[in-house]
Design a protein. Structure first.
Length: 223
């Protein structure tokens, strides 16, 4: 009977921990929940695919600048504008998409390891978060250039944005939740994990709403 009560208490504690999004022993040891692993894997794979399409599109443009690209939809949505702009080659003249493809390939590999039940060292988790933080900083900067400077949105770049945001939010929550940013950040990490879908949905909604309002006069001209 005593053993049964212990099991009941242990099960209750497990459910409370899950509800509060506290890190499990597996997560503290470097692993990730299946949901977290899949979000990292899928987000990174989508970002890698979008980056690859950008690279192929730029190669096609360089071979035939007068040709039509599938990503050039209308004056508002197009990618060829960025192939000749300095913003598209921020680091040492190398296409941003190449750096993005390398980053997302690494994240895809990490996501696959986690999805298979593997564990990562603390330093690697911190490095992944640092990389995604640079990625989200690039998204903010490129969004400013797209909206305020060029007045044009690159479709494949939008896919990169939409994949970088959940990747960053997931890594931030997971790394903080497991104590990899210090014990004081664990409560913040748990709150991030618990509310990440609300935060992600709100971010997407705000981005779409901003685009609609910012380009309000242009929508009637391109559709």
């Amino acid at each position: 009977m005593y053993k049964e009560e212990d099991l009941d208490i242990a099960e209750l504690d497990r459910r409370i921990a899950k509800f509060e999004a506290r890190a499990s022993e597996h997560e503290r040891a470097g692993g990730a929940s299946r949901e977290t692993a899949l979000v990292i894997l899928i987000s990174a794979a989508v970002g890698m695919l979008a980056s690859a399409m950008l690279i192929l599109s730029e190669l096609s443009y360089l071979k035939n600048p007068a040709g039509h690209l599938i990503c050039d939809i209308n004056p508002l949505f197009g990618c060829s504008t960025w192939f000749t702009a300095w913003q598209g080659h921020l680091l040492v003249g190398t296409p941003n998409a190449l750096w993005g493809a390398l980053f997302f390939a690494g994240m895809t590999a990490l996501g696959l390891v986690l999805a298979l039940g593997g564990r990562l060292p603390r330093l690697l988790w911190q490095g992944a978060l640092a990389g995604s933080s640079l990625g989200i900083a690039w998204v903010v900067w490129f969004a400013y250039e797209s909206f305020a400077v060029e007045g044009s949105l690159c479709p494949y770049c939008l896919l990169v944005w939409l994949s970088t945001i959940p990747l960053f939010l997931t890594l931030l929550g997971r790394v903080a939740q497991a104590g990899h940013l210090g014990q004081s950040a664990e409560a913040f990490g748990s709150a991030m994990v618990r509310n990440r879908w609300v935060i992600l949905g709100g971010t997407y909604f705000a981005l779409v709403l901003f685009a609609v309002v910012w380009f309000w006069d242009a929508w009637a001209l391109v559709f």
